[in-house]
Design a protein around this ligand. Structure first.
Ligand code: GLY
Length: 247
């Protein structure tokens, strides 16, 4: 199930899809919701019918690698269930991730943002994360800037992080500082069960931002890199981080 949303700053329009199945490019479908409807979000079967009506192909998106990861995850969920644990010498699975947020400004200072994802792996069917939510997974105000997020979406939704980051920039913060400030708000809002005994979060979350002048930045709870094109060249950069991983 895939989620995506986008905002086009100059026209102040947004589009989104959530829990879309069988369509490989949910961000493209979200863009058509923005362009051809006066709705903002379509979900599930309705989103799929909308995509098929525009000629998108219905495909089986499960790769053999993803299926193998899922089988291993299922076998290792717990000792008390009916599945035999995968032997210890077989590699344990880290939950795969795959969200992309893209925030853009052009030479005329026009801004846009887009976020697309397959969401949290092994989620409960029907779960929609932050990515399809305009104001959380991504947000653009054409007068100010654009921002978006990757990482555990539920924690972003709690603070409307895309919107909040843009609001921090509206009050004069640089993009990186705005992202850091939003992460601090996330930590303040995080439920105790997601904070470890060392007072560090048991999840990760990133915010990315660009302002109307083309300044950009990112922040992550734990060290991370992000890709940026500064107008002349693309490269990987270190995001600001709030915590170090325990060794
Ligand atoms: N941020 C992606 C998700 O939680 O689905």
């Amino acid at each position: 199930q895939l989620d995506a949303s986008c905002t086009h700053g100059p026209t102040r329009r947004a589009g989104a899809v959530a829990a879309l199945e069988g369509i490989k490019t949910p961000s493209e479908v979200a863009r058509l919701v923005l362009k051809y409807t006066d709705h903002i979000m379509l979900v599930g079967e309705g989103a799929k019918r909308f995509a098929l009506s525009y000629g998108f192909k219905d495909e089986d998106l499960l790769t053999p690698e993803a299926r193998q990861l899922w089988l291993t995850w299922r076998a290792n969920r717990g000792h008390a269930d009916d599945w035999m644990d995968v032997p210890e010498n077989e590699k344990m699975v880290v939950r795969p991730t795959g969200t992309i947020n893209l925030d853009l400004v052009n030479a005329r200072g026009e801004l846009s943002s887009i976020t697309t994802t397959s969401g949290v792996a092994w989620k409960i069917p029907g779960r929609a994360g932050d990515s399809p939510i305009t104001g959380a997974g991504q947000y653009t105000d054409n007068d100010v800037g654009a921002a978006g997020s990757t990482g555990l979406g539920e924690l972003n939704i709690m603070v409307c992080g895309g919107f909040l980051t843009v609001e921090h920039m509206r009050r004069g913060m640089k993009p990186t500082d705005a992202c850091v400030e939003t992460l601090k708000r996330v930590i303040a809002a995080a439920p105790p069960r997601l904070i470890g005994p060392d007072r560090k979060p048991l999840f990760d979350l990133q915010f990315y931002a660009v302002n109307k002048r083309g300044e950009f930045g990112a922040a992550s709870l734990y060290p991370a890199r992000y890709a940026a094109h500064d107008g002349s060249q693309a490269g990987l950069r270190d995001a600001a981080s709030l915590y170090q991983r325990s060794s």
